[in-house]
Design a protein around this ligand. Structure first.
Ligand code: ASP
Length: 331
């Protein structure tokens, strides 16, 4: 029987209603497992409570804590399940995909839209599926298991705020799905994985700027002292508004001339950016220090930049690292 470590971090799945009627994470991982007694037939589970947080409060320091916990226990277990709030689960899944690379052992994130105390909860099913995947032969990588889907950490997005079908795999096939209790793999475990690699340095100095019509270029001056990289979420395939004397183009030119990185991405959920298509994009694409997110999710773009900036101060190397596909984040 496979040995799996449950790392609990909080989220709705660990919430118990309090006297004021609000939900706050309070359940221990052992209590959580008691709700799903059939897990005892699937794998042997040990538990570690790392945090008990609403995932709104989970950030880079917690990703480092999760990575360290997996690293310290990597040899002792066949896989890991991390229970986590759904709100920032896709960020954590992306971050862990960069911080724990080439893992042949599964590292599975799951949670629920409804507390395990709710009569109609999705928590029991998600826990059962997460451990079923983690304990399966052929499971691998950093994945989110939710509502019977297994989704690569770099491709996952929260797309619904209330329904059980909360996560999608963006522009990439799901790793596997559950049909009733059968697990059907679409992406088999890679056979040629190099040894697992752990990274615990991140630099969170990354800002995301969502363009709106009429946006003012002065914003870049305010951001410069605090950030080393900016993700510019443009419209459609991407570009910069060039009204007002090309102020935006000048601001990005100034940003990159100072050694900072600018990544162009899109507000559109599917199919990614392509700066080369329109004149408003081609001008920006020519600037040194300008990169494109292409089909990377916003969560992957941001956490990959944090990981890259944590590894190097050399912009050329940072650019190369950002544009090299990792864990299927980029086609
Ligand atoms: N606010 C909760 C969290 O992300 C929502 C959830 O878990 O579904 O921790």
């Amino acid at each position: 029987m496979k040995k799996i470590l449950l790392l609990a971090t909080g989220g709705t799945i660990a919430c118990r209603p309090n006297e004021q009627g609000g939900l706050a994470p309070a359940i221990t991982p052992r209590e959580l497992l008691d709700f799903v007694p059939e897990l005892a037939e699937i794998c042997q589970i040990e538990t570690l409570q790392l945090y008990n947080l609403d995932s709104t409060n989970v950030g880079p320091e917690h990703w480092v804590g999760m990575t360290q916990a997996v690293r310290e226990n990597y040899e002792k277990y066949d896989g890991f399940v991390i229970t986590h709030g759904t709100d920032t689960m896709a960020y954590t899944a992306s971050a862990l995909s960069y911080m724990i690379q080439n893992t042949s052992k599964p590292i599975v994130l799951t949670g629920s839209q409804k507390s395990i105390y709710n009569r109609d909860t999705d928590a029991r099913n998600n826990l059962l599926r997460a451990f079923s995947y983690a304990g399966a032969d052929g499971a691998w990588g950093v994945q989110i298991v939710f509502d019977n889907k297994v989704i690569l950490g770099t491709r996952a997005r929260k797309v619904r705020s209330k329904s059980f079908d909360a996560f999608s795999s963006i522009d990439y096939p799901e790793t596997a799905v559950f049909r009733d209790s059968r697990l059907i793999f679409f992406m088999p475990k890679p056979t040629d994985l190099p040894p697992v690699q752990f990274y615990t340095k991140l630099d969170p100095a990354v800002f995301v700027l969502r363009l709106v019509p009429g946006i003012r270029a002065e914003i870049f001056q305010f951001l410069k002292p605090m950030f080393r990289a900016i993700v510019i979420e443009g419209f459609g395939v991407g570009g910069l508004p060039d009204s007002h004397d090309s102020a935006m183009l000048k601001a990005v030119t100034d940003w990159t001339a100072s050694g900072r990185i600018a990544v162009f991405s899109t507000q559109v959920q599917h199919e990614g950016s392509d700066l080369g298509i329109y004149e408003v994009g081609r001008l920006a694409k020519e600037l040194p220090g300008v990169l494109e997110a292409h089909d990377m999710t916003p969560e992957a773009s941001v956490t990959k930049l944090m990981w890259v900036l944590g590894q190097t101060d050399d912009r050329a190397l940072a650019q190369k690292m950002f544009t090299t596909p990792i864990q299927h984040d980029l086609l």
